[in-house]
Write a protein of this length. Structure first.
Length: 312
């Protein structure tokens, strides 16, 4: 059922948390928005700044809060933690952020929280797994942002190449939100046509497609090289997932979800399409991958399992 008075708590008012808050303010489906940060001044500054945008958007309550506020929240979105330094892989952030997460998740659960966790901090797949373990919540209530951003980048670049609105491009990146992610070329649909049928006279060759995927895979590094961090795209991706929950949409979105045999794996959180509604993850959509995609998916899942083993 649609959540009429959605309460969202953002933990970590950095670049990602603030961009997400700004996206929510512009979309108007959240009633209460609480911001928590170890730097309480930063959280307060953001709350006041956002409140001043209210006359241009929708009525909403926004305040800098504490973990007590999680008690009756529908959704807690964790964007806290150290950021990816230039050249640092997301997985190298693991040990730093796993410690921060244990502390945060414990405090959220001590409040009596019964809602849904959404994780954005990197390495997001491993930290979604950690959140599931530390919280004791059912896996349906713990979601990682996964490949929602990677898939958006993929759709945008395909749309730009084929000159079609990106909303008419269906395309997915699966696996780790990171270096071992994979493009699902076999399922790309442009304006309802399979990739190679869209423009039969100008079919893309393998090199062009590989180049496009590399742009998707390395997008974060390219942005970080230029401005130190990425945050607008993920802010909107988090807002999209939040809307699917608030409006009980049953939207199919690529998120990081716990596999329980889907895609031939278990005990790992990784990017897969999932049906999202007010209960969280209703189910994972188990697509049929070709041989190469299966091998790449297996490799990505095994890398993530290796990292999970390092902290559990
Ligand atoms: P940032 O450094 O700007 O912000 C992090 C915030 O977390 C800071 O305000 C800091 O004070 C706060 N914080 C740190 N420890 C805390 C704690 N224990 N409790 C509460 N708050 C705490 O970083 P950012 O650019 O906002 O990035 C945040 C995370 O999001 C990073 O891990 C980054 O890699 C990740 N990220 C994920 C995606 C994605 O697609 N999932 C995309 C971009 C960035």
């Amino acid at each position: 059922m649609e959540i009429k008075s959605m309460k969202v708590v953002i933990i970590g008012a950095g670049a990602v948390g603030s961009s997400f808050a700004y996206a929510l303010l512009n979309q108007g489906f959240v009633r209460d928005l609480v911001i928590i940060d170890v730097n309480h001044d930063k959280a307060e500054g953001d709350a006041i700044d956002l409140l001043h945008g209210m006359p241009f958007s929708f009525p909403m309550n926004i305040w800098a809060g504490s973990y007590e506020d999680c008690k009756d929240a529908n959704l807690v979105v964790n964007c806290a933690g150290a950021n990816q330094a230039p050249g640092e892989t997301r997985l190298e952030l693991l040990e730093k952020n796993a410690k921060i997460f244990k502390d945060i998740v414990t405090k959220v659960m001590e409040s009596g929280f019964k809602g849904i966790f959404l994780v954005a901090t990197n390495p997001v797949d491993v930290l979604a797994y950690a959140t599931w373990k530390y919280s004791g919540l059912p896996s349906s209530q713990v979601i990682g942002s996964g490949t929602v951003l990677d898939s958006a980048r993929f759709r945008y670049l395909l749309a730009d190449k084929f000159k079609v609105d990106s909303r008419n491009v269906h395309a997915l990146i699966l696996g780790e939100h990171g270096d071992s992610s994979l493009p699902l070329w076999s399922h790309v649909m442009i304006a309802g046509k399979p990739l190679f049928d869209f423009d039969e006279e100008n079919r893309p060759n393998e090199e062009e497609l590989e180049e496009l995927f590399i742009k998707v895979r390395d997008a974060a590094y390219e942005i970080i090289k230029r401005k130190g961090a990425t945050y607008y795209g993920i802010g909107m991706g988090l807002a999209r997932i939040t809307r699917a929950i608030a409006k009980d949409e049953n939207a199919v979105l690529p998120v990081s979800a716990l596999l329980k045999g889907e895609y031939g794996h278990e005990e790992v959180y990784t990017g897969v399409p999932a049906v999202i509604n007010s209960g969280g993850i209703r189910e994972i959509v188990n697509l049929k991958l070709n041989k190469e995609e299966t091998a790449r998916f297996d490799n990505s899942a095994d890398i993530l399992k290796g990292y999970i083993e390092k902290i559990f």
